[in-house]
Design a protein around this ligand. Sequence first.
Ligand SMILES: *[C@@H]1O[C@H](CO)[C@@H](O)[C@H](O)[C@H]1NC(C)=O
Length: 312
Amino acid sequence: MDQVNGSLVTEFVLLGLAQSLGMQIFLFVFFSLFYVGIILGNLFIMLTVIFDSHLHSPMYILLANLSLIDVGLSSTTVPRMISDLFSGCKIISFHNCMIQMFFIHVMGGVEMVLLIAMAFDRYTAICKPLHYLTTMNTKTCMLLVVAAWIIGVIHAVSQFVFVINLPFCGPNNVGSFYCDFPRVIKLACMDTYRLEFVVTANSGFISMGTFFFLIVSYIFILATVRQHSSKDLSKAFVTLSAHITVLVLFFTPCMFLYVWPFPTKSMDKFFAIVDFVITPVLNPAIYTLRNRDMKVAMGRLSRQVVSSRDIP
Ligand SMILES: *[C@@H]1O[C@H](CO)[C@@H](O)[C@H](O)[C@H]1NC(C)=O
């Protein structure tokens, strides 16, 4: 048996999502359809934004980046949840468990900063319209995206460094459907009280703080919009309510998974599914179905694809 960092545990056992065959088949179909939807929907958004020059504005470039992260975030867990559904013993190696945790937090961190960047973009457009073009130019947009990645990596590394060297000597039952810091830390054979606080502070309080900050920002933006004409109001309201929906869907599970001190398996299951399966598929749905520019651009893109096929 090869040893990892002098500890005895070389693999972890994950929890099964469903016991009965009927439920397994249902979840298999559900996850597979949603995962295909996540890939296709988000890919479609990225391609539309990249190939349609009408959409080369910060709002859409940030949206395309969010799509990329959504694909990444769900890919950290969903394929594994699908392939684990029918296997009797859901074993994940120590390395894969660490890799999964790391990427969940890189993607989660980037997504969080991108949501802030999107709020900042709307704030500038609506509350400081005269400065919009100078403030939110291509360079700022690029900076925001780079910052999002750097912060995402720092966020993941800052928790990872504590966990990678923990001694694990069994038991090795993670008690969840995927590896994540709060559950894995509890398995270390030492007093992990302080570490648990580091994780709660780093993932929990940061997501909670970001969530309330963003909600207050959007309320402020909406209040500004209200002072203008009613035509502005309805258009901005559609965009802003889409953003707010995404915020609530993304952050509610985060807060429960990292801050709520009494985790239960059924809640975990539910919140994990919301964050990794539902939110990533809803983003493209929310943004495209409610956004006229996006729909027009998608129509244009599909017409181009069709007509380019007609040319011999
Ligand atoms: C993400 O943002 C960068 C920087 O603004 C941009 O160059 C890139 O095209 C965006 N990515 C996608 C998938 O649109």
